[in-house]
Design a protein around this ligand. Structure first.
Ligand code: MSP
Length: 680
């Protein structure tokens, strides 16, 4: 039972519900999950809040484009977030949606409270300036055209009367806060950036919008809705029970009282100004009657960006990788471990599927997975499946047995230096592995006189495995739970205390579970191909695209042109206008070549009359590249481009899909037809 005095409140930002999360967005949530799990293992009761940011022009327009209501759009999208968090094993305790009534009441009450206790803090005046609808940022306070500092897109002109927050009045108080709480913003260099921003002078901030409908109405003046960031930031309070008024239930008020204010707001670096300047100022204005310790968050922790192809991974740049295919191909732990190990927390880090699989094989399959499999199988085979007599750690494994080492790992977790914690831990995995290689228990097992020695070696290996598993659990929860069970340990590993790990905790005589591999080795090419196929399905969901063909490596089998009879994708009749949306053209193959590492793919250059297109086709098992040159083909010319193996494919070849394996047979012409001719 967690010590009720030891409580910890941690938040992710609430995610814009206008699009599907990618690996970059999942990064914040995974990092917070590691912290939440770690804190629980230290005996803290943890409230971990996440949620969705569901208001604003961006959402309004995205819904309009799809021809659905904003409410339907956010309903649909928030579920995608919840599903992904489940898949990633995110142990959040509270989920807030900004369209929930409890949240709207909280936002309105916070502003009412502010108007009551700080009457000068909010005033009305005309605003004219540029606003980015994607980042909900006031880009400049003049009407001249300007691009958003965060996403680079052109900002829109706003000219209307708004409610303003007197941010300028909080400049000195904010600087004082940074002085009194020097770790209020982390890392330190971010605090310096924030300080210089504040020192350079703060302008009052518009906190309502008049020309938008999709938002929380301003109390007593419903022509206005709240500025999305005022609305969104308040979710850190409403999500944990703040209502501030007669409508608060007892349960809500108790939860709020217990956890508020947050220990850490975890954020990406681009939203630091909202959290480290606006948010504390909004709170100072709302609670001037209370000591700061009762309402000011402990820390704003900014992490860096996940880069993909050298740029911030983001939907608008089209350079995203999705988490679901990775988890389905390699497991949840693989993605978590890779992100925490590879990215130095606080700095930008590169994301690469290739590096992810290399890491997986080296550290998880060959590293921890191998240690676990070997040790447990040998206990099963040589010790009748029972943990042998306890023995002290030999000198080369003293590190892992010592509390100094455990404390070192904990210190790294405490400082959010995850990569350091994992580097240290995996150093121990390597030492344990080396120990087995040197002691050769498989040879000792052949000589009955060496029984005692054999048992000592296996005890050492198994106890090292137990200790590493506990220390690595916050990062790789699934595999460590499996190892825990295979070591015959009762209950959940998450309930093991990370604070008082002791060598010898593994009790002799314990019956171990059935040894089973936790990280099977991955064939890089095969896994890459699986991941990319699944990614393409996310980008171009079946049904949202014209009938795919077996010449398209990413096509789901049920949607192939020839093999689809009776499949749902073609069973429904389409009208001629639907078919007319597909632009089919005659193409002439100019060149064809194999793609290293991709067995099924060919890269073709196809002349379609007015241009030459690069097309990737999954026909390498049926066609030799040299046989394709000069051949006439039929190409779907208006298919959205997609990437495979880092190469762009701009179109798709039509082919019949023949036999049980769906062997592709390219469509062609018996008579002469020019490149570019329309096929209808
Ligand atoms: N809705 C606002 C936050 C309001 S909080 C009161 C928002 N949402 S977001 O969906 O754009 O971002 C959510 C989180 O994902 C942020 O922490 C953001 O930094 C993070 N990331 C999105 N893309 C990212 C990368 N490419 N790399 C790392 N994190 C990034 O901002």
């Amino acid at each position: 039972m967690a010590n009720p005095e030891k409580k910890y409140y941690l938040t992710t930002p609430i995610y814009y519900a206008n699009s599907r999360p990618h690996v970059g967005s999942a990064y914040t949530t995974i990092v917070c999950d590691v912290i939440a799990r770690y804190k629980r293992m230290c005996g803290f009761e943890v409230a971990y809040l996440t949620g969705t940011d569901e208001h604003g022009v961006n959402i309004e327009r995205a819904a309009e484009k799809l021809g659905i209501s904003p409410a339907d759009l956010v309903d649909r999208n928030q579920q995608i977030f919840r599903d992904l968090w489940k898949l990633l094993g995110i142990s959040y305790t509270d989920f807030v949606r900004t369209t929930e009534p409890r949240h709207a009441v909280a936002v309105q009450n916070l502003v009412r409270r502010t108007q009551r206790v700080s009457p000068d803090a909010i005033f009305k005046r005309k605003y004219e300036g540029r606003y980015c609808i994607y980042d909900n940022l006031y880009v400049s306070d003049t009407p001249e055209p300007a691009d958003c500092q965060i996403c680079g897109r052109p900002a829109e002109l706003i000219s209307e009367e708004n409610y303003f927050f007197r941010l300028s009045a909080y400049q000195e108080k904010l600087l004082q806060l940074y002085k009194d709480q020097p770790d209020f913003v982390q890392p330190d260099f971010r605090l310096n950036e924030v300080k210089s921003f504040v020192e350079s002078g703060l302008k009052d901030l518009s906190i309502s919008r008049k020309t938008i409908k999709w938002g929380i109405p301003w109390p007593g003046d419903p022509e206005h809705v709240f500025y999305v960031w005022y609305d969104a930031l308040t979710s850190y309070m409403s999500g944990i029970g703040f209502v501030d008024g007669e409508t608060a239930s007892k349960k809500d008020s108790e939860r709020f009282k217990k956890f508020w204010p947050a220990d850490v707001h975890m954020i990406g670096k681009e939203i630091i100004r909202f959290h480290a300047v606006y948010w504390p100022a909004f709170l100072m204005a709302a609670f001037p009657d209370k000591p700061m310790s009762e309402y000011m968050p402990g820390r704003i922790q900014a992490h860096g960006w996940l880069l993909f192809e050298q740029e911030k991974m983001s939907k608008s740049k089209g350079n995203v990788a999705y988490a679901e295919p990775i988890v389905k191909a390699l497991g949840n732990d693989a993605l978590r471990y890779y992100l925490l190990r590879e990215v130095v927390f606080g700095q930008d880090g590169n994301f690469s599927k290739d590096a992810l699989i290399t890491r997986y094989n080296a550290d998880l399959a060959n590293g921890l997975g191998n240690l676990s499999n070997r040790t447990l199988t040998m206990i099963e085979n040589y010790c009748g499946g029972v943990v042998p007599a306890q023995t002290a750690a030999p000198s080369n494994l003293r590190g892992i047995a010592s509390t100094t080492f455990h404390t070192k790992i904990r210190n790294s977790y405490d400082k959010f230096e995850f990569s350091d914690a994992l580097t240290l831990l995996w150093g121990s995995v390597a030492i344990a592995d080396k120990y087995l290689a040197e002691q050769k228990p498989w040879t000792l097992a052949k000589d009955p006189a060496q029984k005692a020695r054999l048992e000592q070696v296996l005890y050492v290996a198994a106890e090292s495995l137990r200790i590493v598993s506990v220390l690595a659990h916050p990062v790789i929860p699934d595999a460590t739970q499996k190892i825990w069970e295979q070591l015959g340990q009762a209950g959940k590993i998450e309930n093991a205390s990370i604070n008082d790990l002791q060598w010898g905790g593994l009790k002799p005589g314990t019956r171990i579970g059935k040894p089973e591999g936790v990280f099977p080795r991955a064939d890089k090419n095969e896994i890459l191909e699986r991941i990319e196929t699944m990614e393409n399905e996310i980008r171009n969901p079946a049904g949202a695209q014209p009938a795919a063909t077996s010449a398209d490596p990413a096509a789901p089998a049920a949607a192939t042109a020839a093999g689809a009879a009776g499949s749902p994708a073609v069973a429904a009749k389409i009208v001629i206008e639907d078919f007319a949306k597909v632009e089919l053209r005659v193409g002439v193959v100019k060149s064809a070549e194999r793609i290293p590492g991709a067995d099924k793919l060919l890269k073709l250059l196809v002349d379609i009359g007015d241009e030459v297109r690069q097309v990737l086709a999954g026909i390498a098992l049926s066609y030799a590249p040299e046989d394709l040159v000069s051949r006439k083909v039929v190409i779907v010319a208006n298919l959205a481009p997609r990437k495979m193996r880092g190469l762009e494919s701009n179109g798709m070849l039509l082919a019949a899909s023949v036999g049980p394996d769906g062997k592709p047979v390219l469509c062609t012409f018996a008579e002469d037809v020019p490149a570019g001719a329309k096929v209808k």
